[in-house]
Design a protein around this ligand. Structure first.
Ligand code: SF4
Length: 70
């Protein structure tokens, strides 16, 4: 599973990292810097959970085939 974060939309709420700390990380200013990262094995549910908490809907997740799953 791959993570795409629209950095222009991310507002730095940090909820993604709070809800899914094994998946999402923040830069020094509190913005999500997980764009382009691969979700660690076994953390797919956490990735979806954290993405769902993003108030800006800045996070999109893709499966191994490149299909958007959220
Ligand atoms: S919850 Fe959304 S807006 Fe907030 S830091 Fe994460 S990606 Fe950015």
């Amino acid at each position: 599973m791959k993570i795409k974060v629209d950095r222009k939309v991310c507002a730095g709420h940090a909820l993604c990292a709070a809800k899914a700390p094994d998946v999402y990380t923040l830069d020094d200013d509190g913005y999500c810097n997980s764009d382009g990262m691969t979700v660690p094995p076994g953390k797919e549910e956490q990735a979806i959970f954290g993405a769902a908490y993003c108030p800006e809907r800045a996070i999109v997740l893709f499966d191994a085939a490149g299909k958007e799953i959220r």
